[in-house]
Design a protein around this ligand. Structure first.
Ligand code: PGA
Length: 252
């Protein structure tokens, strides 16, 4: 039985006041959400404050990215051990906004996944196709290629400790959500790819969906056999909406 997981990715939004109100808004209700895992990923400067606000709750802290190196002359970058120092449990790797805006390659995403694992951070590995790739019938090969690249680097065993997020790029921040059938089709493909390499890992690995998930569509998406939760951007900036999405995951 896979425990549902809902992750809030605030992206480059918020300030101290919003960090406090979102964290308190979720943490204060987290005792009603004990049967799912909840993670909040604020921007780096607010990790310290978020950690303090989440202290007595069951909500975990995550980061939106990390550097592939352990330390050194990498101005502006943040290392895995720095995230450890802020009690982060999870870290997002390979988000499409980083792949596109920061030219992150599959190789770099694989290295980031590896360094996260070495520091006992749970990587939330994002994979997904662009509109053009979908239109060209390349969705499956794109997603499988991105996934296999990481498997080849870390070994399949590492997927005991990795969460996969399927995020079709055309659905991110667009208000166009993949239909439950569209999402399930790719989630099952991803699980099949894992299954060919390790049946138990395929069965246990959490694969969450991201892309315009909202209170109105979360329940139906998470009800799909191979969808184990959500990676939520926009709707995670409102604690009531995010709480409703968490509740939808709970009732799955
Ligand atoms: P969205 O973002 O929910 O705003 O579409 C999801 C994500 O990018 O993780």
């Amino acid at each position: 039985m896979r425990k549902p997981l809902v992750v809030g990715n605030w992206k480059m939004n918020g300030d101290k006041a919003l960090t406090e109100s979102l964290c308190v808004g979720i943490a204060s209700r987290s005792n009603r959400l004990r049967n799912i895992d909840i993670v909040l990923c604020p921007p780096f400067p607010f990790l310290y404050l978020a950690d303090a606000c989440l202290k007595k709750s069951t909500v975990s802290l995550g980061a939106q990215d990390l550097d592939a190196n352990t330390n050194g002359p990498f101005t502006g970058q943040v290392s895995a051990s720095m995230l450890n120092g802020h009690n982060c449990k999870y870290v997002i790797v390979g988000h499409s906004e980083r792949r596109v805006n920061n030219a992150e390659t599959d190789q770099l995403v694989s290295r980031k996944t590896q360094i996260a694992l070495e520091h006992h951070l749970i990587p939330i590995l994002c994979i997904g196709e662009t509109t053009e790739q979908r239109k060209a019938g390349q969705t499956e090969q794109t997603v499988i290629h991105q996934l296999q690249n990481v498997i080849d680097h870390t070994g399949i065993g590492a997927f005991n400790d990795i969460v996969i997020a399927y995020e079709p790029i055309w659905a991110i921040g667009t208000n166009i959500t993949a239909t439950p059938d569209q999402a399930q089709e790719i989630h099952s493909l991803i699980r099949e790819q894992l299954r060919q390499q390790d049946k138990k890992i395929a069965n246990d690995c959490r694969i969450i969906y991201g892309g315009s998930m909202k209170p109105e569509n979360a329940r139906e998406l998470i009800a799909q056999t191979d969808i184990d939760g959500g990676l939520v951007g926009g709707a995670s900036l409102n604690s009531d909406d995010f709480f409703l999405i968490c509740q939808a995951a709970l009732s799955d």
